[in-house]
Design a protein around this ligand. Structure first.
Ligand SMILES: C[S@@+](CC[C@H](N)C(=O)[O-])C[C@H]1O[C@@H](n2cnc3c(N)ncnc32)[C@H](O)[C@@H]1O
Length: 237
């Protein structure tokens, strides 16, 4: 299914309601309404909010968390690629009693990873994820006392960490940290645990798809694509 059509139809429907249209809109009206609403959404919400108002992504997270809690799956939780903590705060709210490892440079992408992406001739423009502070991330996390901030370049930031996990979110946009993240976290996932990898589907993040497929083929581990906005995939054990 073409997700852009779903998102556009959703925007148009919203537009119709906002503009009080109670008949089927014409093609021109559809274009106008779609543009107006998209413009309105992108002006009124900060970037992080647009990302986390991806309801399919958030609902998938909720469902996976519920499975882990109801089935009493042991293990801590982690996110690699936290940025401003918008998805992390949702993860934290679902796991009040588990330690939450937050991995990020908190200074944006590392040149070593980007160099590798361009070697693979990826025609991608990367966002600037450097303007963040750990303090502001922690201020929006519901259970900050459970957080262990692992600031620095992953996998160096692991610093010998040995832990078992029940839920992990990987959201780095790039090939190398995604692949390294899968190699580190998957063997440490408890049976019944889940890993969500964001940005599998868009052509823009072709390194993420490459990492997921390479890991899956090398280690014979299956994954399931989701129909959220950027096409996450889920690994389970
Ligand atoms: C797309 S943002 C994360 C967005 C966040 N998960 C959300 O949904 O709001 C990607 C983050 O990955 C981090 N990152 C990428 N490569 C990394 C690496 N090798 N080590 C640590 N952090 C990395 C970047 O600093 C950036 O903050």
């Amino acid at each position: 299914m073409d997700l852009s059509i779903v998102s556009r139809s959703y925007s148009v429907l919203h537009g119709c309601l906002q503009h009080g249209l109670n008949r089927v809109p014409s093609r021109k009206e559809i274009e106008y309404l779609g543009k107006t609403v998209n413009h309105h959404i992108s002006r009124s919400l900060p970037v992080g909010e647009i990302i986390t108002t991806d309801l399919a992504r958030v609902r998938s997270l909720n469902l996976l968390a519920r499975e882990i809690i109801e089935r009493d799956v042991p293990g801590e939780i982690a996110e690699l690629g936290v940025y401003r903590g918008d998805f992390a705060r949702r993860i934290s709210s679902l796991f009040p009693y588990r330690r939450f490892y937050l991995f990020d440079t908190f200074e944006g992408f590392d040149a070593r990873d980007i160099a590798l992406e361009s070697e693979q001739k990826q025609k991608t423009r990367y966002g600037d994820f450097s303007r963040v502070s750990v303090k502001s991330v922690l201020s929006k996390i519901p259970y900050p006392d459970q957080c262990v901030v692992k600031k620095g370049y992953f996998p160096e930031s692991l610093d010998g960490l040995e832990e078992t996990f029940s839920f992990v979110s990987l959201d780095t946009d790039l090939f190398k940290p995604t692949y390294e993240g899968l190699c580190y976290f998957y063997p440490r996932l408890s049976p019944g645990g889940y890993m969500m990898v964001h940005d599998y589907a868009p052509a823009r993040y072709h390194g993420v798809k490459k990492a997921v497929r390479q890991f899956s083929e090398e280690f014979k581990v299956p994954y399931i694509p989701l129909s959220d906005m950027n096409g996450s995939v889920v690994f389970s054990r």
